[in-house]
Design a binder for this molecule. Structure first.
Ligand code: GLU
Length: 283
């Protein structure tokens, strides 16, 4: 068994991250398996080096140990580019020049599991127009979801609590695989990394359950193995809302500064016991 915890260094870790990390770590260690850390740092505009060190210090404070050096997404850009090239050669991705405002202005855009579904404006551009605009306009790369889903056929994946789930990637529409400002999207980078790291069990928050349908599709397209998944309940604050990076009171740094014992906290979280005022909820 090999599990991982993959923080994005865009802020301080909070109790929700601690819960996720503790569950993934405990699952690996109780099975005699391995536990890896991955730093999801491809978002250059939001990632900060100081949060990498702070996150690792928080994990150590919780008594979490990891195998090897943390993997960094920023070291893996070549792999993301190669996968994108492969999908491009198969006609499964296309450049998209739309701005957020263009997409918002398209009133017909329905909502999917991860926000507005792209209305497909750039899907039908001619090759000549694509070439002309790519020379001068910033663009992202989108997956042609209908083609990709047709090529992959029916897909399923195993959720620890819910059993076998049929993937519904079409509901997401033409998702972004490489952004204007980052060489890969979360979906592409995370799917490739989990395979390259040999992750067998992905344990992460229930907010990502719909994303797994997309990851399952990418695995099928790129010939990658499908891990087992567990999507756990989310830690909510005293206001009943799921914690966010702005909830300073729940940050691990502030709990540590207040004298909380990190190892005792980790043991409590592993048993689904949360500090008073906090609760676990399924979205
Ligand atoms: N960096 C991602 C996050 O913090 C990881 C999600 C995942 O575990 O796949 O949301």
């Amino acid at each position: 068994m090999l599990t991982r915890f993959a923080p994005s260094p865009t802020g301080e870790l909070h109790l929700g991250h601690a819960y996720s990390a503790v569950l993934a770590h405990a699952a690996a260690r109780s099975a005699g398996g391995r536990f890896l850390i991955r730093i999801d740092d491809i978002d250059g505009s939001r990632s900060r080096e100081e949060y990498v060190g702070a996150s690792l210090a928080d994990l150590a404070w919780l008594g979490i140990d990891w195998d090897g050096e943390p993997v960094r997404q920023s070291d893996r850009l070549g792999d993301y580019a190669a996968a994108l090239d492969q999908l491009r050669a198969r006609g499964l991705v296309y450049p998209c020049f739309c701005t957020r405002a263009d997409i918002a202005a398209s009133l017909s855009a329905p909502h999917g599991p991860s926000g507005a579904v792209y209305p497909g404006t750039c899907r039908t551009l001619s090759d000549a127009e694509r070439a002309r605009r790519m020379a001068g306009e910033p663009h992202c790369w989108r997956l042609d979801m209908a083609r990709a889903a047709a090529e992959a056929g029916e897909l399923a994946w195993e959720e620890a609590e819910q059993g076998l789930r049929t993937a519904d990637p079409l509901a997401h529409g033409d998702i972004v695989l490489a952004r204007k400002d980052a060489p890969a999207s979360y979906h592409l980078a995370s799917t490739l990394d989990d395979a390259a790291m040999g992750v067998t069990h992905i344990i992460r928050g229930a907010d990502l359950i719909a994303s797994t349908d997309v990851h399952r599709l990418l695995q099928a397209l790129l010939g990658l193995p499908t891990p087992l998944y567990r999507h756990h309940a989310l830690v909510c604050g005293p206001d009943g809302k799921r914690l966010a990076k702005r909830d300073a009171a729940a940050s691990l740094a502030s709990l540590r500064a207040a004298g909380v014992d990190g190892r005792a906290l980790a043991a409590d979280l592993a048993a689904d016991r949360l500090p008073s005022g906090y609760s676990l909820q399924n979205p």
